[in-house]
Write a protein that binds this ligand. Structure first.
Ligand code: PMP
Length: 388
């Protein structure tokens, strides 16, 4: 199958020709923030001449903006395979989405997380049951089973789709099946999975999914929380203010239900439209072909650290335990025009376990992460310096 020319163009990286010291700048830090693709840039450009306040005005600008915002929501709903009763809420980023859900949990909900999570999926949950980062996918399933055995009442497993440190894809479906067999729910932190693989709620067995636009080839400032609407509609509004309230009396407030309940204030229309434009372009793309390119680039890199010892596939993220990673990253940036990241990657328990001792300033690991727009030449340039 050949990608249509249009689909390829829409996923072209904007700024791929950025140069430093006369050579192409090699960006290998997609896991932190990915560059913008043409679909997002075009959507923003088309929106700027007419944008206005969403949901708040009778004029042309406001009406078109409201339509654009709700269309963006519909596209995201399709991207995550939203089911009946699911809600799509626009947030600032994954961290915001996870904090929102953490505040929306019914009283007495037990949350269960692995130690291998990004801090955004460790810290928002109130007194979570913390499971040790498993050594393989079967162990992960066993740990979740025994955690659910001892839980009474509502429970939520919050798990990442792909590790921001090792790039390994977590066995989400198997974990979700266990959670559901005990009547529990599952939140998928798809910050790193969504840029690389489809994130369909039904196929992955997730009840909620969260991700960020800036890791999904759109500009900053917009994220998504999508999933079952019942807890969200029953919860206190996340942001109290205009838009979230239907009617305000002297002593009482009637709050909206649906996405508006948690999207108080003027929403980030530009961010939502850009994010949705990428979702649309990805849905139209030949994902198998994109995966094939990513796998070929991965194969050109030494394996790096792993949690599951090579038993799970990985997305375009590889981390290395080597001496003085921060100095190495600094040198790659200053002397070679290659941008990577070193440190603890907001996943301190996992990075320590993988041998990245030290603190954020000096220790940790060196991470290489890539995606759309990365070429074999980029990887060769890195390897020529790091692994001659
Ligand atoms: N989860 C994972 C797995 C991540 O990699 C990140 C970002 N590094 C986040 C959550 C948080 O994303 P954001 O900073 O966009 O809120």
């Amino acid at each position: 199958v050949v990608l249509s020319a249009d689909a390829v163009d829409r996923l072209d990286v904007v700024g791929a020709d950025l140069t430093v010291d006369g050579r192409r700048f090699v960006h290998l830090d997609y896991a932190a923030s990915a560059p913008c693709v043409r679909a997002a840039a075009d959507a923003v450009r088309d929106l700027l001449p007419y944008y206005g306040s969403v949901h708040r005005g009778a004029g042309l600008r406001s009406q078109r903006s409201t339509l654009a915002y709700e269309r963006a929501r519909d596209i995201v709903a399709e991207f995550v395979g939203a089911r009946d009763g699911d809600t799509v809420i626009f947030t600032r980023n994954t961290t915001d989405s996870l904090n929102l859900l953490a505040r929306a949990l019914p009283a007495g909900t037990t949350t269960i997380v692995f130690d291998g999570e990004h801090h955004a999926n460790l810290l928002p949950w109130p007194s979570p049951v913390r499971l040790p980062a498993p050594a393989d996918p079967d162990e992960a399933v066993q740990e979740v089973r025994s955690a659910f055995e001892s839980v009474r009442g509502p429970a939520l497993l919050a798990v990442t789709g792909a590790s921001n440190v090792t790039g390994e894809i977590w066995p989400v479906r198997a974990l979700a099946d266990v959670a559901h067999s005990y009547g529990g729910r599952v939140l998928l932190d798809a910050a790193q999975l969504a840029p690389h693989r489809p994130v369909n709620l039904s196929e992955l067995g997730a009840d909620y999914v969260a991700f960020s636009g800036h890791k999904l080839y759109a500009p900053f400032g917009a994220g998504v929380l999508a999933g079952r609407g019942d807890w969200l509609d029953a919860a206190e509004p996340y942001l109290r203010g205009g838009g979230a309230s239907l009617s305000v009396g002297d002593h009482d407030v009637t709050w909206a239900t649906g996405p508006a309940r948690h999207e108080g204030g003027t929403p980030n229309l530009v961010g939502a439209v850009a994010l949705a434009a990428v979702c649309e372009a990805l849905m139209q793309a030949d994902r198998a072909k994109l995966d094939e390119h990513e796998r070929a680039l991965l194969a050109a890199l030494p394996a790096g650290v792993t949690l599951f010892g090579g038993r799970q596939p990985r997305v375009g993220i590889v981390s290395y335990a080597l001496p003085d990673p921060v100095a190495v990253a600094d040198r790659l940036g200053r002397e070679h025009g290659i941008g990577v990241r070193a440190g603890m990657f907001c996943a301190h328990p996992l990075v320590r376990r993988l041998g990245g001792d030290g603190d954020c300033g000096t220790g940790g690991l060196l991470r290489v992460s890539f995606g759309l727009g990365t070429t074999h030449d980029d990887i060769d340039r890195l390897c020529g310096i790091l692994f001659p």
